[in-house]
Design a protein. Structure first.
Length: 134
């Protein structure tokens, strides 16, 4: 959900992989495709991520942090890159030995270079994510 008044709310699809041990759910790398609902804009974040449980063993809550860069396609003539960062808190839902589901709420920052007089230099948003990890 975009809070920077640029009508750039997105439907995000991300894939990531990395190290997992103990309270660390993921220490790794990821990439996403975040197309906006309006204006035909696309954001492709490439990031390092860290996700950890609040305590050893089974835990209800976890922290999630991502930082990297975003490749931005704002319109047919304007492409640029900028900082991508996200921080949030998540909740482990259903889990088995191999599969886990979770819900996550996070703040997202995507840096963009202005392409019009009234364009902001960044997108600020809140995301609500539902995910499955293997």
């Amino acid at each position: 959900i975009d809070f920077s008044s640029t009508e750039s709310s997105c439907f995000d699809i991300d894939i990531y992989g990395g190290y997992r041990h103990g309270v660390i759910q993921v220490l790794g790398l990821g990439v996403g495709l975040h197309p906006s609902f309006s204006h035909n804009r696309r954001f492709i974040p490439i990031y390092a991520m860290f996700r950890c449980n609040s305590k050893p063993g089974r835990s209800l809550c976890f922290a999630d942090a991502k930082v990297g860069m975003s490749i931005n396609e704002l319109n047919a003539m304007n492409h640029n890159t900028g900082l991508y960062a996200s921080a949030g808190i998540g909740f482990n839902l259903w889990q088995t030995r191999r599969v886990k589901t979770h819900a996550l709420i996070a703040y997202n920052y995507t840096g963009i270079k202005p392409f019009a007089i009234y364009t902001d230099k960044a997108l600020h948003g809140v995301s609500i994510r539902i995910g499955v990890t293997f």
